[in-house]
Write a protein that binds this ligand. Structure first.
Ligand SMILES: [Zn+2]
Ligand SMILES: [Zn+2]
Length: 375
């Protein structure tokens, strides 16, 4: 049959994805039915699944692709092992692809897993054929990572490491618990399939399903449900605009275990230099999006120009109050740090700051109810 101009199939990847899926969906339930599975199979499934996914989200993604923080060599070594276990190529290769994804997001010719090419392509299709030219494999966008010994060690020994982790760990657990086949199925196949597809969801579903509170410039979405399966990476709309932030879910109530993990590690000195985007920038992006959405809604109103003028005036007032507030907050913090500043000066600043804060909150309330009435 004529294949048209489609690039050749990567048979190794096709084999890995289909065989692990068949083992997980067909062989494992049959084995469980005839031989039974113990609590140890499920507990180790959860532990190894978390190990793989956290190595990808905290290691490959936020540490290496985005430099959102620095990590102790011991932690980097653990991420390198977990990444090989997750079977998603070396951290160097993964990060290189991912940096291109951010730089050329949704560009069907350049983004390696462009969501504009559809669900299947962005989820798994992009790995099944030689879509990328060999020029992409020079890793020229990852010169910084090439100086990391752990990265290069993992990259140069990726195949034996991946085999050791994917076969060695299940077999070792099988020997300990006296069920090698059961552990190979649960920790080998089921864990791998779960880990693969939950990570792949970030490239597919997180660019299709959810809200866009921060930007409309790309297809990335915020989705709290996806965050549960992806260790917090479901807040992808935020991530695509503030990519160097070590958090993806920025509010305390947003489920982002990767963020909690990185933060907890910092208490033990395992992670340092955690980067966060300035709150003022984040709030501004949000306000701008709300303004855009409201403008779209009022476009058909007969008194469009009057309403638009009002909306713009309220938006401008909000931005002004916002920058006043963050400026005064910074001034107060600087003064607190400076031990020379006098007590009464600080007290005056505090009173001023309180007032500015109240004004900002009032304007925020007015703005939110105005926008809400239009959207
Ligand atoms: Zn993305
Ligand atoms: Zn990213």
């Amino acid at each position: 049959m004529h294949q048209g101009s489609k690039p050749p199939i990567i048979w190794l990847n096709v084999f890995i994805f289909t065989s692990s899926l068949l083992l997980a969906l067909v062989a494992t339930p049959l084995y469980a039915y005839y031989h039974g599975l113990g609590a140890e199979h499920w507990i180790w499934l959860l532990l190894t699944f978390s190990f793989c996914n956290l190595s990808i989200t905290a290691g490959y993604h936020r540490l290496w692709s985005h430099k959102a923080y620095s990590a102790h060599p011991a932690l980097r070594f653990i991420f390198a092992l977990g990444g090989a276990f997750a079977l998603q190529n070396s951290a160097l290769h993964w990060s290189s692809d991912h940096r291109v994804h951010h730089r050329h997001v949704d560009n069907n010719d350049k983004d390696p897993y462009s969501a504009k090419r559809g669900f299947w392509y962005s989820h798994i299709g992009w790995m099944l054929r030689h879509y990328q030219s060999s020029a992409c494999n020079e890793y020229s966008n990852c010169r910084d990572l090439q100086k990391d010994n752990v990265i290069m060690w993992q990259h140069n020994h990726y195949v034996p490491l991946a085999l050791l982790m994917n076969l060695g760990i299940p077999v070792l657990l099988g020997v300990i618990y006296g069920d090698i086949i059961g552990m190979l199925l649960m920790i080998g196949a089921v864990r791998l399939v779960l880990s693969h597809h939950t990570t792949f969801f970030i490239n597919s579903l997180a660019h299709i399903w959810g809200s866009q509170p921060y930007t409309e410039k790309n297809t990335a979405r915020d989705n709290g449900i996806l965050a549960i399966f992806t260790f917090g990476e479901g807040y992808h709309n935020y991530h695509h605009i503030f990519e160097n932030d070590y958090r993806n879910g920025i509010y305390w109530w947003q489920y982002d275990p990767t963020k909690w993990f990185i933060k907890s590690c910092s208490w033990f000195g395992l992670t340092t230099k955690l980067r966060v985007s300035p709150q003022a920038k984040i709030e501004k992006a949000k306000a701008l999006m709300l303004r855009k959405k409201a403008e779209d809604k009022i476009a058909t109103l007969h008194n469009y120009h009057i309403v638009k003028e009002h909306l713009e005036a309220e938006y401008d007032a909000l931005i002004e109050r916002m920058s006043e507030y963050y400026d005064s907050k910074k001034q107060l913090l600087d003064n607190k740090k400076n031990s020379l500043s006098k007590k009464y000066e600080l007290a005056v600043l505090r009173v001023q700051h309180k007032q500015i804060k109240r004004q900002f909150e009032q304007q925020k309330k007015a703005w939110n109810s105005l926008v809400l009435s239009y959207t």
